[in-house]
Design a protein around this ligand. Structure first.
Ligand code: C5P
Length: 210
């Protein structure tokens, strides 16, 4: 089984993906980490973020072992990831890795922006996670504070809104629900309630498929 989870920044899709994967015994790939790893490789090498050819070369050199780096989670890297993810050559270089991951048994949960639309259009279950931007900003702010990063809630909200706009308005693989995706609004749900709602969606889809 392949489960595709898409949604905007800080919507909780990463945690949801991890928990769903554990529940169903599937592998999990947070595809945001891939774009973050490419952005960080460029920054570490002192290369600019606005050169498609250099960003695509970094994407082709992606080493999956880099995806465990805790430094990928910072907001600076998230912003940089959203800049390089607009380049078609970068996205093209990362498609095969994601599809190979999804195809391997026993199946996988992938979360990102274009999983249900581009990477795994045949996924058995597609979930599009949404949440009020203010709720997402509050969650992200708490996460940053818990990690000991300096944060300002207003700045976090502005950053989330800028990232949403860039991800939604890009021409290639924009953030949008697949026609057959199930919307899951987590604004008023804590993580356990969101996981329960996602499992209910998966179970309904499986029942309908039989
Ligand atoms: O989900 P996360 O915040 O880690 O993603 C970082 C950035 O990577 C996003 O803002 C988006 O621009 C990009 N991304 C993407 N496609 C994906 C996953 C992430 O374009 N499937």
């Amino acid at each position: 089984m392949i489960i595709a989870i898409d949604g905007p920044a800080a919507s909780g899709k990463g945690t949801l993906g991890k928990r769903l994967a554990a529940h169903y015994g599937l592998r999990h790939l947070d595809t945001g980490l891939i774009y973050r790893a490419v952005a960080k490789a460029l920054i570490d090498a002192g290369q600019p973020l606005d050169r498609e050819d250099e960003a695509a070369a970094a994407a082709r050199r992606l080493d999956p072992a880099q995806l465990d780096d805790p430094l990928l989670k910072t907001d600076t890297i998230g912003r940089a990831a959203s800049q390089i993810s607009v380049f078609p050559a970068v996205r093209a270089a990362l498609v095969a890795f994601q599809r190979d991951f999804a195809r391997q048994p026993p199946g996988a949960v992938l979360d990102g922006r274009d999983i249900g639309t581009v990477i795994c259009p045949d996924a058995e279950v597609k979930i599009f996670v949404i949440a009020d931007p203010r709720v997402r900003a509050q969650r992200r702010y708490r996460e940053l504070v818990a990690r000991g990063e300096a944060a300002d809630e207003g700045a976090v909200l502005a950053d989330i809104e800028a990232r949403d706009a860039r991800d939604r308005n890009r021409t290639l693989a924009p953030l949008k629900p697949a026609p057959d995706a199930h919307a899951l609004d987590t604004s008023a749900l804590d993580i356990d309630a969101a996981v329960a709602a996602a499992i209910a969606i998966v179970e309904r889809r499986r029942a309908a498929a039989h």
